[in-house]
Design a protein around this ligand. Sequence first.
Ligand SMILES: Cc1cc2nc3c(=O)[nH]c(=O)nc-3n(C[C@H](O)[C@H](O)[C@H](O)COP(=O)(O)O)c2cc1C
Length: 196
Amino acid sequence: MSLAKVTPLETLAAWLAEAEAARVLEPAAMALATVSPSGVPSVRFVLCRGIDSRGVRFFTNYDSRKGRDLAAHARMMQRMAGWFDGFGSNNGAMHVRLRGRGKDGRLQSRTWTLVAENGDGPRVPTLAAVLLTKKLLNVPGFAPITLRGATPASNLLTLREFEGEWRSLAIRTTVTGETCAQASENFATATSRRVT
Ligand SMILES: Cc1cc2nc3c(=O)[nH]c(=O)nc-3n(C[C@H](O)[C@H](O)[C@H](O)COP(=O)(O)O)c2cc1C
């Protein structure tokens, strides 16, 4: 589906409908995080029983821990969430900047930038799960994961695999490099700022 010009709740409702149509096990199960009046966080699963412009509906006991946590904070949090409505847009971006010395010993800097348009930003954090699922299911064209048990996740997914996954989305990336002179200057400024 295109995510252009839809609210986050409409997007969530569409994703839930997709999961239901795909007959995913417990598609309506969602993690609900709350915090107690004394600041202790808790997270547990509840079933989503509907989504409309007022929010996400679930059923529970008002006297439960989550009921008491929500009674203490939910109204205030909902009011505060509205303060940021005007800042939202359908576009998102992230930068990863690497700085260090090249083989020649000179300072270098590279910045990788990802821009997601048409509301495709929320898809970005889901791509790792999509790729891992394909690999675990041995989908042709995806290098299978042969490791078993607890293992470091680094190196399981490559940037090339991510690029293949977002080809159908409104996502583009660029890599820019600073000249050594710029990198040195910026590095020196950043270091002196840290020191002072
Ligand atoms: C898949 C799944 C769905 C659940 N759905 C609900 C639900 O809709 N409402 C509910 O109160 N508890 C539900 N539970 C139980 C909660 O996760 C939780 O254990 C219980 O409500 C007590 O939470 P609390 O003490 O933090 O308030 C569900 C648990 C699972 C595993």
